[in-house]
Design a protein around this ligand. Structure first.
Ligand SMILES: Cc1cc2nc3c(=O)[nH]c(=O)nc-3n(C[C@H](O)[C@H](O)[C@H](O)COP(=O)(O)OP(=O)(O)OC[C@H]3O[C@@H](n4cnc5c(N)ncnc54)[C@H](O)[C@@H]3O)c2cc1C
Length: 184
C-alpha cells in the first residue's frame, strides 16, 4: 500500500456512484464505516443519466408518434406527426435533471457521512490504493468496484459502421423498451 495522509484513508472506498455503489456506500456508512465514493462522471450512474430515464422519454415519444399515425383507424383525422428533435432532446435533459434532483445522491451521501469524490476515473495502484485522474491518491482497507457494465463492440460491426458515413441527425427510429420503469 502506498502512503497517503490520514484524511485520504478510508475503511471503504466505493468506485462508481450508480445505484449499486450508492446503496453500498450508504449502507456501509450506516454500519459505522468511514466511506468515500469515487465517481468519474455524474452521480446516479447509467440509469439516471443515460439509461432508464432518457430511454423512457424517447420510448414515450415513439409511442405518441405511433398513436398519432394510427389515429385515422379510429376515425380521427390528424396530420402526420413531425418529431422536433431539439424539443425531444430538451425534454430528455429536463427529465434527467428532474430525476437527478429528486434522487439527490450527493445530498444523501452528505447526510450519511459518505465523502463523494468527483475527481475523475479511479485506477488501482495496488489492492488498497487508487489514483484518480486529478492525481489524488486515496487508500482504503476495502474497495467495492461498482462501475456498471459496458457493451462490447464487435469487430465486424465496427468495420461496417466505419464504412458508412456518420450523421448527428435524429434517428429514423426510437427505442421502445420493455423495462417497467416509467418516469414519464
Ligand atoms: C439504455 C439503457 C436503458 C436501461 N433501462 C433500464 C430500466 O428501465 N430499468 C432498469 O432496471 N434498468 C435499466 N437499465 C440498466 C441500469 O441502467 C443498470 O442496471 C444500472 O445502472 C446498473 O447500476 P450500477 O450501479 O451497477 O452501474 P452504473 O449505473 O453503470 O454506474 C456505474 C458508475 O461508475 C462510474 N465509473 C465507471 N468506471 C469508473 C472509474 N474507473 N472510476 C470512477 N467511476 C467510475 C460511472 O461513471 C457510473 O456512474 C438500462 C440501461 C441502459 C444502458
Amino acid at each position: 500500500m502506498q502512503l497517503t495522509d490520514d484524511s485520504q484513508h478510508y475503511d471503504l472506498v466505493v468506485i462508481g456512484a450508480g445505484p449499486a455503489g450508492t446503496s453500498a456506500a450508504i449502507r456501509a456508512a450506516e454500519l459505522g464505516a468511514r466511506v468515500a465514493v469515487v465517481e468519474a462522471s455524474r452521480t446516479g450512474g447509467t440509469c439516471v443519466n443515460t439509461g432508464c430515464v432518457p430511454t423512457r422519454v424517447l420510448a414515450k415519444t415513439a409511442r405518441i408518434v405511433r398513436e398519432v399515425r394510427l389515429a385515422h383507424e379510429y376515425g380521427i383525422a390528424i396530420s402526420a406527426p413531425e418529431v422536433q428533435w431539439d424539443a425531444t432532446v430538451t425534454r430528455v435533459r429536463a427529465t434527467v435533471d428532474k430525476v437527478r434532483s429528486l434522487k439527490d445522491e450527493a445530498g444523501r451521501f452528505a447526510a450519511s457521512g459518505v465523502e463523494l469524490i468527483l475527481e475523475g476515473r479511479a485506477r488501482f495502484v495496488d489492492a488498497n490504493t487508487l489514483t484518480l485522474d486529478s492525481g489524488k491518491q486515496i487508500t482504503a482497507e476495502s474497495m467495492i468496484i461498482a462501475v456498471g457494465g459496458h457493451s462490447r463492440r464487435l469487430p465486424m460491426l465496427l468495420a461496417r459502421m466505419r464504412s458508412r458515413s456518420c450523421s448527428l441527425s435524429p434517428p429514423r427510429w426510437l427505442p421502445a423498451s420493455t423495462f417497467p420503469l416509467s418516469p414519464e
